[in-house]
Design a protein around this ligand. Structure first.
Ligand code: KIV
Ligand code: ZN
Length: 562
């Protein structure tokens, strides 16, 4: 058992010492072809029914796909009927080509030509398997026999096209299936023969699709294969080089990206990587990788959650929480240092007015894929001090002063520990409201305090207010004081009443909009007799009152702690 790795044959490297692709860069989108309705569909436990295929097809058109492989119409009556409904029901936009897959076998090719009648634009995609292993264990044929199958298929397709009656614009695609397991010179030879048999020209090129049918090598080796193939193919201009990567080693996207560098012009794949075994290339990830490098992918990903919904409903597959760009958790930062950095990035973008997306830990603006900032951060007991403050600022508009962050995050952590789970943003708001807005009022101001400003800059304040204790109106007492500002004046008033053990440390204020009107929110920092700080928050449409309420909230909280 320990040595069982020895039964695997290492993949043979490609002899291409002067490979060019490593110094290339992706600068434009390839032609995309979705194979969701064929390769993706054939790998489902319950293949899509007609309604589901129609819904999926429409979604692909809406995203901007211009080439869509709709199925294998010669394989079953259902597949045939779906093809007919797409055509007869006028579901195919004029600028979209449907692609139909067929093995290079006579009766299947003939049936395929019947299935496409009346369509406007069709790609007839024929294939046969060419790999060393398939030739040895499945077909038991040498390469000449395999080339014969492909050439006969190509010749029949040409004949049926030449005698086709109707307005259909027919193009061709040939796949040497299991290309990546084929000796490269054999792959080149069979494709050259097929090009000749079908009469490929620069004006009417043949799509040569090079499948990584089973991903068996590192991404760089697949890129070597593609570059080798292109450099050795005669009459290169009469071909469009397409790739069709699968994801068995989990590197489908990487292999596709490197294959583009190697010269591929067209890419076949599926949404979210559905497909045989580990799936096909995930076009969403590959397209958005381009997008985040400043390259227009020519597909619309701006409402990804909508497409996720359609995908999950039609395929009955689930998208993993960590799937790039669309997984439920990909815009959630758990670590405190990540949260702080995101917070700072947001602040930087606001302050600097930069045209670029410059936020650490978020490689893409969630809004660009139809996601929201709201769930970016969830708070758990490991979250840093800034994380909770970020949610309060970002989601609710409360800009807690920095000195208050440790106190508020302490309250959040306490609640996390009590609940034994992470908190979501509205639970943070509740903690804030319970502690600062609705905290039980040992002392409260009844009615409106009178504030008289004196001095040209309004710095001198005379303040009079009715103070009630423990909600008992019989305790109501008028306090008054003078000071350099409302807080100072209020403190003097409280002193006269005997509340004199708290020291004022600092305050900050800002406006907060509450629907139609705007209010002032004040954060007051006091020092308690034990030397520790405590914060209070006051909210009012009047700026003086908001600071007075903040002072009282801090005192009430301090008294409540005894
Ligand atoms: O993976 C593959 O090789 C295929 C071919 C039929 C193109 O799906
Ligand atoms: Zn495939």
């Amino acid at each position: 058992m320990k040595e069982s790795f020895k039964k695997y044959i290492p993949f043979k490297q490609i002899d291409l010492p002067d490979r060019q692709w490593p110094s290339k860069v992706i600068t434009k989108a390839p032609t995309w072809c979705s194979v969701d309705l064929r390769d993706g569909n054939q790998a489902l436990i319950d293949p899509m029914n007609l309604q589901e295929k129609l819904e999926f097809f429409k979604a692909l058109c809406d995203m901007g796909f211009k080439e869509i492989e709709i199925g294998f119409p010669s394989a079953s009556e259902t597949e045939y009927e779906i093809c007919r409904e797409l055509i007869e029901g006028n579901h195919i936009p004029d600028d979209v080509s449907i692609q139909v897959l067929v093995q290079a076998r006579e009766h299947l090719i003939r049936k395929t030509f019947e299935a496409i009648k009346g369509a406007k634009n069709v790609i007839v995609h024929f294939y046969n398997s060419t790999s060393t292993l398939q030739r040895k264990v499945v077909f038991k044929k040498d390469m000449t026999g395999i080339i014969d199958i492909a050439v006969q298929g190509a010749a029949l397709i040409k004949e049926l096209t030449d005698s086709y009656e109707g307005d259909t614009n027919i193009r061709f695609e040939y796949s040497p299936e299991s290309f990546s397991g084929t000796e490269m010179d054999n792959a080149v030879e069979i494709c050259k023969e097929v090009m000749d048999a079908i009469g490929a020209t620069k004006e009417n090129p043949l799509i040569l699709n090079l499948p990584n049918t089973v991903e068996m090598c590192t991404a760089n080796t697949y890129a070597d294969q593609v570059e080798y193939f292109i450099r050795h193919l005669p009459n290169r201009d009469a071909a469009i080089i397409s790739i069709h990567p699968h994801n068995d080693r989990g590197c489908g996207v990487a292999a596709s990206e490197l294959a583009l560098l190697a010269g591929a012009e067209r890419v076949e794949g599926t949404l979210f990587g559905n497909g045989e075994r580990t799936g096909n290339l995930d076009i969403v990830t590959m397209g958005l990788n381009m997008f985040t490098q400043g390259v227009d992918p020519q597909l619309d990903f701006s409402n990804l959650p909508k497409y996720k919904g359609i995908y999950e409903r039609c395929t009955n597959m689930k998208i993993h929480e960590r799937t790039p760009y669309i997984g439920e958790l990909v815009f959630t930062a758990f670590s405190g240092s990540h949260q702080d950095a995101i917070n700072k990035g947001m602040e930087y973008m606001k302050q600097s007015g930069t045209d670029y997306w410059e936020i650490p830990y978020l490689p893409i603006d969630p809004a660009d894929v139809g996601r929201q900032y709201e769930p970016i951060i969830r708070i758990n007991s490991q979250s840093g001090k800034g994380g909770a403050a970020f949610v309060m600022a970002h989601n609710y508009g409360y800009n807690l002063p920095k000195a208050m962050h440790p106190e508020f995050s302490g309250l959040v952590q306490e609640d996390c520990d009590k609940k034994g789970r992470e908190l979501v943003s509205h639970e943070l708001l509740k903690i804030f409201e319970d502690n600062y807005i609705n905290f039980p009022r040992k002392y409260e101001i009844v009615g409106h305090p009178t504030v008289i400003e004196e001095g040209s800059d309004g710095n001198k304040i005379k303040l009079t207010a009715i103070l009630r204790t423990d909600g008992d109106s019989k305790t109501d007492i008028q306090i008054s004081g003078e000071g350099n500002g409302p807080i100072d004046a209020f403190f003097h008033g409280l002193k006269g009443f005997g509340i004199d053990k708290y020291q004022f440390v600092d305050y900050s204020q800002h406006a907060i909009s509450t629907g139609s009107d705007s209010k002032a929110v004040s954060y007051i920092q006091l020092k308690k007799p034990d030397g520790n700080n405590i914060f209070g928050v006051g909210i009012s449409s009047n700026i003086y009152r908001s600071s007075i309420f903040g002072v009282l909230n801090a005192i009430n909280r301090a008294e409540g702690q005894k």
